[in-house]
Structures are given as C-alpha cells and as structure tokens.
Design a protein around this ligand. Structure first.
Ligand code: ASP
Ligand code: MG
Length: 414
C-alpha cells in the first residue's frame, strides 16, 4: 500500500479536487490519502485566530466570511450536499462565540486544525461521488502527540498501535495532514507545513511501499526557480541529500519527513500533480550522484559577530553562554564559525527577537551586526559554481565541508 500526500496548492480549487480524484483512480488501488487545508486556508485561519484572541468582532466576521465563501464556491462547483463540511463551519462559528480562556497556542491548534478537517470532508465526499470507496478517518484519533501546541511531538508507540489497528491494507482512507491529539483530547498541530510529516508517519506505521508527495513543481530541483534561471530536475537523490537540502532551507519537503522513511527504507517520490504521468524525483537508498550541484538561497540574513569583552578566547564557557542566549531568544542559527577571539553566526532577520538577544549578548561581548545579507548553500560544489554565484557579490564568510559550502555574501550589483 502507498501513501499519497496532496498539499494545499493541489486542492486550491474545484479543478484541483477533480484532478486529485483522477490521480487516485488511476494510481492508488489501496492506501492512505493525506490532504492539507485548501489553498491559503491555514494563513486565513491564523488571521482568524488573531482576531478572535483580540476579540475584534468585525475582523472575526470578515475572516469567517472569506473562509466560508471560498469553501462554498468549491463545494458548489463540485456539486453535492457536503453536510459534514457545513457542520464543521457551524462548529467553528460556535466556538468563536466563546471568550478565549486557553493559551494562544492551544486556541490556535483548535481553530487552525479545522482547515484540514474541512478539506478532507470535501475531498472525501467528492471521491465517493466519483465512485472511489474511500473512508474518511479523523487523524486525531490515530496520531497522538504530547501537549506541545503548534509543535506536537509524536508519541510513536501509541500512534503506531492505533494506525495498525485502524487501517486495513486493502482499503483507501483519506485523512488530514498536520494534526494530532494530545493526552486529554485536545487537538495539536505538528508545525507549519507538517502534512508531509503526517504522510511519513502513516507510511512508517503501515510499512508502506512508498510515499508520493504531489506538488506543483516537477520534483526536487537543484535550485529554486525563484532565484535561479537554470534549474534541473534531480531524478534520484539519497535520503541523506534530501535531509541536508531540507535542513539548509530547500522548501520542497518538510525536514522531519525523511528520517522515519529512511529508517524503514521506504522510498519517497516527489511528483507533479500537473503532469501526473511524469516520474518526478525518487528519494531512497541510492548511490550518491556527485554530478549536479544543488543551491539553496536565503535572503534577509544577519551576520552577528561576537568578541569577548574581557579578551578571553572563544571556548566552552563562552560558547555555552552564547548558545543558551540564542536558544532562549528562540533565534535559530543558520551557520556559525569561530576563530580564537571571535564567534560569528548567521540568522534569519527577525525584528521581533533579535534586538532583545543583542542586548543580552552585549553584556558579555562586543557585538558586530551586519544585515541585508544572503546565505547561499551549495551541495556538491566546485570552484566554478562558487565563482558563478558570487558574481557581483562581496563574500563575507565562507564555510566548506566535504560536500557542502556555505557562503555569506552581500549583493553589490544594486
Ligand atoms: N496546512 C498546513 C500549513 O499550511 C499544513 C500543510 O499544508 O502541510 O502549514
Ligand atoms: Mg503550506
């Protein structure tokens, strides 16, 4: 049995849902269909949570109406009664009448998770209409997490048992990406873009033969077409490469997705829902291909360099102080480098968190700060690719390992 995951772009309108049905009819005789919320629904629900938490009645109504109109137009175009989906809307409206009394993250999960509930209710009903014998399953009954709202950590043992007991190898089920349940029954979410991870969890627990993520790109490319003109499709990559690429910021696959699959040697396919006959990219236990360099590009980076005030060297005590302060501020380090007397880190620009962090650091260090930078990661680099990406850029910092180079640069073209 296989696991198919359809992301938000694939179900953003009625024709997307029809296309999903045609892919399932042709290519999924048995297995699990994991679906994200439709289109930009998760972002809209996030705005709704904000309005609700600040009790802005007008904004609540506006956001609700937008969500309703959007889903209704899809349902109308598909045709059907969609009783379940309408009930979910009623439930959402009712819950917004109450005054919020939980933490923000708890409220967030109870509301934002409904995007996936709605999308799967709509897609399930349409699949049934077209003759696919699909069973709708509430992922919260199967995926159990701790109570870390917005970043639920999976309880693998309980989840595995529940999934094995519930899903039979000959049926087709449809379920929600991104959501689970905490002890006590409240809904949790697994972190933004977490639906890929859900697909991997099901595949792992069911020993699936493969996972396919259906996307609006032809597969895994060696660079983001947003930043690079000439991109090539990587037909086969190793789990290790996929993890590294995702870790450094390639957005095709959620980073947590690969490990559970690698653990059981379950191949992961990334394919185009626009051209479902094409093979896309296969990720698995393959021989390493050293020929194509891959590029990951991050803009709006900040380089922070620290020099101890007391002229001491950068050593264990300093480092543990530095890491502690970054962790406490919730600022993720994209790259770090040290010399005897200085320590440099590169982070995403985050105006909400960085100023407070800098203030703390300045108690022990002289701090240099350089913003508006780019962080370019090249996997399987050679000097000519490095020279090419650095055209009209000033290099501030470079770090090389055997297969990966990271370059921090400033654009001097403008
Ligand atoms: N709907 C969720 C999000 O947009 C989960 C997902 O799409 O993977 O983050
Ligand atoms: Mg998304």
């Amino acid at each position: 049995m296989n696991v198919f995951k359809f992301g938000e772009a694939s179900v953003k309108d009625a024709s997307g849902v029809r296309n999903l049905a045609s892919i399932v009819q042709k290519q999924l005789p048995a297995g699990v269909i994991v679906v994200s919320a439709m289109g930009k629904t998760t972002n809209a629900l996030e705005r709704l949570v904000q309005a609700y938490r600040s009790q802005q009645a007008d904004a609540i109504q506006t956001q609700l109406q937008t969500l309703r109109t959007y889903h209704e137009s899809i349902m109308q175009e598909l045709g059907g009664s969609f009783t379940d989906a309408y009930q979910t809307f009623a439930q959402l409206e009712k819950s917004l009448d109450q005054i919020p009394d939980e933490t923000y993250d708890n409220t967030y999960d109870q509301i934002v998770s409904l995007g996936e509930i709605l999308s799967t209710q709509i897609v399930a009903e349409y699949l049934k209409q077209t003759g696919v014998p699909v069973r709708w399953v509430d992922a919260r009954q199967l995926i159990r997490t701790d109570a870390t709202f917005r970043e639920g950590r999976v309880n693998w043992q309980e989840t595995e048992q529940r999934i094995r007991e519930s899903v039979s190898p000959n049926e087709i089920i449809i379920t929600q990406g991104f959501i689970g349940q905490a002890p006590g029954g409240l809904t949790t979410t697994l972190g933004r873009e977490g639906s890929d991870y859900t697909a991997a969890i099901f595949a792992y627990c069911l020993n699936a033969t493969g996972v396919t993520i259906w996307k609006d790109v032809p597969g895994v490319l060696n660079a983001d077409p947003k930043w690079f003109d000439e991109t090539v499709l990587l037909p086969k990559i190793t789990y290790q490469d996929a993890i590294e690429l995702a870790y450094y910021g390639a957005t095709v696959i959620h980073p947590k997705t690969i490990k559970p699959l690698q653990n059981k040697s379950i191949p992961l396919y990334v394919r185009s829902f626009v051209k479902p006959e094409e093979q896309g990219t296969a990720i698995g236990d393959y021989e390493r291909h050293l020929d194509t360099p891959s590029f990951i590009f991050k803009i709006d980076q900040v380089l922070i360099s620290l020099h101890p005030n007391d002229f001491s060297f950068i050593a264990e005590e300093n480092l543990s102080l530095i890491f502690g302060q970054f962790a406490q501020a919730g600022v993720k380090i994209n790259l770090m480098q040290n010399t005897a007397i200085s320590f440099s880190v590169v982070v995403d620009n985050n105006p909400a968190r960085i100023p407070a962090l800098l203030k703390h650091l300045q108690e022990s260090f002289r701090v240099n700060y350089n913003d508006g930078l780019e962080l370019i990661t090249i996997r399987y680099y050679d000097q000519s690719t490095i020279d090419r990406v650095l055209t009209e850029k000033k290099l501030l910092l470079e770090q090389k390992s055997r297969y990966t180079v990271q370059l921090v640069a400033k654009d001097i073209a403008a």
